[in-house]
Design a protein around this ligand. Sequence first.
Ligand code: GRF
Length: 207
Amino acid sequence: MAVLVSGTGTNLQALLDTVHGRSAEVVAVASSAAGAPALARAEALGIPTAVFARGDYGERAARDEALADWLEQRGARLIVLAGYMELLGAAFIGRFAGNVINVHPSLLPAFPGLGAIEQALAYGVKVFGVTVHFVDEGVDSGPVILQRAVELPDARSAEEVIAALRPLEHTLLPRAVELMASGSLRPDPENPRRTLLDRAAVGPGDG
Ligand code: GRF
């Protein structure tokens, strides 16, 4: 798999600490931003890294093509967006059809896009959560793979919500990668929005 990042990379670290070298190999890490701390996490393990900054390309499609070429050359078949703050176009998603996943810090379809935690706080919700989903051409709109909620009825700051959600992300994203790597996920023929887990693969906490 390849992991796309933009910032700190705690989700990347969770993948490196759990699935990497076991159920899936991280063969490349690409960042949308030079100097993203996530890059150092990959470099520490000798994993190839590269920066594909939007501003270095005339059009987003050109960035997407260069990025997809690089990922393919490294042998990536599963693309994991882990704090990647850019949209990817239809051509990119088509090249890795059905194999691009993302982690988002809300219970989708509530609060897609930027500032999900701030949006949820402003709305005054009592239940927060994390979603791992397939990526389509929309913003956080692809079919849900895994989702987990946490009740925080008194939450007032983004920091306290992040502190509660990060551990969920760091569990759910590696678990989704394991399920993808073992071919345990398939769309429900009656409703392709719904992702089914093979019964044999279901483990504690998969819901
Ligand atoms: C996470 O909250 C993720 O859900 C969101 O961006 C954040 C990335 O954090 N898409 P990190 O860079 O993995 O620490």
